[in-house]
Ligand binder design. Structure first.
Ligand SMILES: NC(=O)c1ccc[n+]([C@@H]2O[C@H](COP(=O)([O-])OP(=O)(O)OC[C@H]3O[C@@H](n4cnc5c(N)ncnc54)[C@H](O)[C@@H]3O)[C@@H](O)[C@H]2O)c1
Length: 243
């Protein structure tokens, strides 16, 4: 039987690859044999050297740049978007500062993925195959469990989870699948920037997740093994789904 998790011969674009989860996901996909294109605000050239990937600078909020990169790369089998933005503000009394924070959060976490999907989905649908993986958050469902998460972030990830299902419906008849991963607390700079006191004792596994523990499930969703999985937002949270 053919191993459908094997990514040899698969051309995969990973955005947000300069970040912790994106970088770990790129390493997992490289270990599984994928031909990788990795992008972030600043081109992740060092990682590209390590993984023999092609690196590019990309701001996902700039639709023209997203289109240009996708055109330059050519046909891809999968997109994994791991880019994301979290800044905490004062939504009750924050004034203009919070308005800007809200706009920026939505631009990166919601409009950015829309730009990426608009750029890659039509060609995938035409070819009748492709996989798209977007990165939501458990904050989409439960406002971040034990951490009091920024409401703009919770709203943006709620929107992203809704979009996963929307894109999945649009694409299903063509054979393209669209899914999401919803990480719980993963030890990354983004979590540390949330700047909230917590102890791991409050988590069911008594530890935070590691970035590659998101990378492996994301790689599955980007593989041919996910051919009948679509519209799913996979909880990867060490058992925190009900907290
Ligand atoms: N760390 C966690 O606990 C956690 C939990 C739930 C969800 N997530 C999500 O996982 C994803 C990865 O997060 P991470 O923890 O690795 O954080 P990270 O900050 O290490 O990575 C995020 C990456 O996104 C990039 N980025 C920001 N704005 C961008 C833009 N406009 N265009 C392109 N790239 C941009 C950043 O440069 C960064 O490299 C994010 O979507 C985040 O919301 C993280």
């Amino acid at each position: 039987m053919k191993n459908l998790f094997d990514l040899r011969g698969e051309r995969i674009l990973i955005t947000g690859a300069g970040g912790a989860i994106g970088g770990a996901t790129a390493r997992v996909c490289a270990a599984l044999g994928a031909e990788l294109f990795i992008a972030d605000l600043k081109a992740p050239t060092e990682l590209a050297g390590e993984l023999k990937a092609r690196a590019a600078a990309l701001d996902n909020t700039k639709r023209k740049d997203v289109n240009a990169l996708v055109e330059d790369i050519g046909p891809i089998d999968a997109l994994i978007d791991t880019s994301g933005y979290y800044v905490k503000g004062d939504w009750l009394d924050g004034g203009d500062e919070w308005e800007q924070l809200f706009e920026r959060t939505m631009a990166i976490n919601v409009k950015g993925p829309i730009n990426l999907v608009r750029a890659v989905l039509p060609a995938m649908m035409k070819r009748g195959s492709g996989r798209i993986v977007l990165t939501s958050s458990m904050a989409a469902r439960n406002a971040g469990s034990t951490l009091a998460v920024e409401p703009a972030y919770a709203a943006s990830k709620g929107g992203l989870s809704a979009l996963v299902r929307y894109f999945a419906r649009q694409a299903a008849a063509s054979g393209v699948v669209v899914n999401g991963v919803a990480p719980g607390p993963i030890l990354t700079p983004l979590l540390v920037s949330a700047n909230q006191p917590f102890t791991v004792d409050q988590y069911p596994m008594k530890r935070l997740g590691q970035p590659d523990e998101i990378g492996w499930p994301a790689a599955f969703l980007a593989s041919r093994g996910a051919s009948f999985t679509t519209g799913a937002v996979l909880d990867v949270n060490g058992g925190m789904c009900f907290s």
